[in-house]
Design a protein around this ligand. Structure first.
Ligand code: ADP
Ligand code: ZN
Length: 526
């Protein structure tokens, strides 16, 4: 009915202006708000910073009853509720950090219709007590935030999310809106399917973050390169540095602090108090660098993060996109910088190999890693590659390293043949270091011990530096020509795909190795 539809639109815009103080909706917000406010289900894919919150907050205000927001981010609920209270929205949360009395009080408010919005952790929502409470109350809508947590293949998987299909079964008349900032096609389908949102309207925003400059550099000495990058381009800026291990998080924070950069660590092994203390300092103070594992960041809304750096390779493009997406939410220029090397490829492949997952799960992880490696090794625009992964076509951006300094590719067929035959001649029983020693003709003790100086490939690669060989090896592993056997001292082995290359039937084109260059301060004199 058109007349009531228009009334809903008017009411939504009025709330946007009078309550939230914004003049107009952004992107697809208006469409989404109107659709949900008039009772429709929605699946919303919008990049971080796109403005997802208003997509359920305003419909919750337009409709009668309380809007129930399911979110895994317990640590942020207090902040969200406080922010809403500031503009006069009656919001509260239910989670495990509360006392029984507090929870009781909130439950009474829900029952008597005194709240506009209620944030609930999924495990709490699924308790019989909470479901009964909701059934006895008037519900405006269900918003399922961070909906990608339902995906078993993703890195934020939460088993309770799968059970959220109960909402559809027990509250068939209440509209549901699922929201996420990360969704390749597979995750998208999984969300729709598992949350029984197959018939929901899908709203897919552009995933491009034009103000973010993507850079992926060859790793030589990662931490030194990081230091140069921060000192050269981001002195005094707030930023996030992601590392794989807790130990590396601590060490990196220490290194930065020793060099006059205020850095705080964050990982799941720290006690809760220390962690949340560091988080709130990062949010409130200026120019703090957070060194963290991926445990940090989901739901963090700090607009002026000027850079996100990765010292280790993320497991997937979704992860990379989500983490880098925390930079530049204010729209001003920001950097996504990553140092990437042979060890990263080896390490990530090993983690998949050694994980407890079953074979089909490992295959999916492998495919995701390959896509990530493809992004690192690409000779084309990073952004084109990134957006393509999310099913979005685009033109070369002019604001990434490969656009600004196009990498040189070269016919590496002969070099790769030398590498592959050396691996073969050492019986596929040695790791990267030794293979490169043989190639370069280094007469180490180990080489002599195994008489590898007598091999026909000994020193056939003396014309290239060790770093160059590592770059070539890294790419052959990324291409799947060489595998690493973790059960046998990380020995390099040839895959079936190596055969046509060795026979000369398959040329190989690789990225030319580029010596790392020191980042320069833009204002520095030549
Ligand atoms: P997301 O959850 O998608 O990452 P948020 O909902 O946190 O994004 O919104 C990101 C920022 O954009 C917030 O600071 C929010 O207040 C602001 N914002 C959202 N919608 C609008 C709008 N229509 N006009 C102006 N600012 C907006
Ligand atoms: Zn580009």
């Amino acid at each position: 009915n058109n007349a009531s539809g228009n009334l809903t639109n008017d009411k939504a815009l009025h709330l946007l202006q009078s309550v939230f103080g914004y003049p107009s909706f952004r992107g697809q917000q208006a469409e989404i708000v109107n659709h949900v406010a008039s009772g429709g289900d929605a699946l919303v894919l919008m990049p971080t910073g796109g403005g997802k919150s208003l997509c359920y907050q305003i419909p919750a205000l337009v409709r009668a009853g309380v809007g129930v927001v399911v979110s895994p981010l317990i640590a942020l609920m207090q902040d969200q509720v406080d922010a809403l209270a500031e503009v006069g929205v009656r919001a509260a949360f239910l989670n495990s950090t509360q006392t029984f009395e507090e929870a009781n009080r909130i439950e009474r408010q829900v029952r008597s219709g005194e709240l506009d919005l209620l944030y609930v952790a999924p495990e709490r929502l699924l308790t019989p007590r909470c479901l009964e409470l909701l059934q006895a109350s008037n519900i405006a809508l269900f918003a399922i935030d961070e909906a990608h947590c339902v995906s078993q293949w993703g890195h934020d998987f939460r088993p309770e999310y799968i059970k959220l299909s109960v909402l559809h079964e027990r509250f068939p008349a209440v509209p549901r809106i699922a929201l996420t900032a990360t969704a390749d096609q597979q995750t998208r389908d999984e969300i729709a399917h598992r949350l029984q949102l197959d018939d929901a309207r899908k709203f897919v925003s552009s995933f491009d973050r034009p103000n973010i400059r993507y850079q992926i550099v060859e790793k030589a000495n990662g931490r030194k390169q990081l230091l140069d990058f921060i000192q050269g381009e981001h002195a005094g800026d707030a930023g996030i540095v992601y590392c794989l291990s807790r130990k590396k998080v601590e060490e990196t924070a220490e290194l930065l602090n020793q060099n006059g950069i205020t850095a705080l660590p964050y990982h799941a092994g720290m006690d809760y108090k220390q962690r949340s203390n560091n988080q709130s300092r990062f949010l409130r103070e200026d120019g703090i660098v957070m060194t963290a594992t991926i445990a940090f960041g989901m739901g963090i809304d700090k607009p002026d993060v000027r850079f996100v750096a990765h010292l280790d390779l993320p497991k997937s493009i979704e992860g990379y996109y989500q983490e880098t997406g925390r930079a530049g939410r204010d729209g001003a220029p920001a950097n996504a910088w990553m140092a990437y090397g042979l060890q990263d490829v080896v390490q990530q492949r090993r983690m998949i190999d050694e994980s407890e997952a079953d074979e089909s799960f490992k295959r999916v992880l492998g495919v995701k890693l390959d896509a990530m490696l493809g992004l690192c090794e690409t000779l084309a625009c990073r952004r084109v590659r990134l957006l393509d992964y999310f099913g979005q076509g685009s033109e070369p951006c002019g604001n990434c390293d490969t656009c600004m300094q196009p990498p040189v590719s070269f016919d590496a067929t002969v070099a790769v043949q030398k590498l592959l035959s050396t691996i073969y001649r050492v019986d596929q029983r040695f790791g990267a270091g030794h293979v490169i020693d043989v190639l370069r003709g280094s007469e180490t003790d180990k080489v002599r011990q195994w008489r590898h100086e007598q091999l026909s490939t000994f020193s056939v690669g003396a014309d290239r530096s060790e770093a160059e060989w590592r770059a070539i090896l890294r790419q052959t592993i990324a291409l799947g020509l060489v595998t690493v056997d973790y059960e046998a001292y990380s020995a390099l082995k040839l895959s079936d795909d190596a055969r046509p290359v060795l026979r000369g039937a398959q040329p190989v084109q690789l990225r030319q190795y580029q010596k790392p260059v020191k980042a320069r301060r833009e204002s520095a004199k030549p």
